[in-house]
Design a protein around this ligand. Structure first.
Ligand code: SF4
Ligand code: SF4
Length: 137
């Protein structure tokens, strides 16, 4: 099994620093791959990344919620959305996303749709080569 980063990820990056097997890669280009992605073949399911995420975006694959109920105010970010998010990440670098949407309290979102992009990023997408063009966001 692997851990999965969901569309609640807004690239804070706190998780990357603690992964003992360095299997978390910031997506590039950001408009096509807006999250950080976990290599499912390398993740050892240690769970160290989970408490480091201020947005609670990371789940064991079999615990990704099919009906995530929004607290209200949190963002999801995924290809196809057109909203704007700005913030500052764990390292103090600016985050700007134009694939975002702010959720309303009580809104229910199926996060299991976010499992496949984690696999696709490494199977047919940029995978670890995205580290070569990392811009810190
Ligand atoms: S800490 Fe959370 S929001 Fe930040 S990159 Fe990791 S999964 Fe995404
Ligand atoms: S569960 Fe452990 S090995 Fe997997 S991505 Fe998180 S920190 Fe890395």
């Amino acid at each position: 099994m692997t851990h999965i980063i969901t569309s609640l990820c807004v690239r804070d990056r706190g998780c990357i620093d603690v992964c003992p097997v360095e299997c978390m890669v910031p997506g590039q280009p950001v408009a096509e791959w807006p999250w950080i992605y976990i290599d499912p073949d390398t993740c050892i399911d240690c769970g160290a990344c989970v408490p480091e995420c201020p947005f609670a975006a990371i789940f064991p694959e079999d615990e990704v919620p099919a009906a995530y109920t929004a607290k209200g105010g949190e963002y999801i970010s995924k290809v196809g959305l057109t909203g704007h998010f700005e913030g500052t990440n764990h390292h103090g670098n600016p985050i700007v996303l134009d694939t975002a949407k702010q959720l309303e309290a009580g809104e229910v979102v199926d996060l299991t749709a976010d499992i496949k992009p984690n696999y696709d990023f490494f199977a047919g997408g940029p995978g670890y080569s995205a580290n070569d063009v990392d811009d810190g966001m």
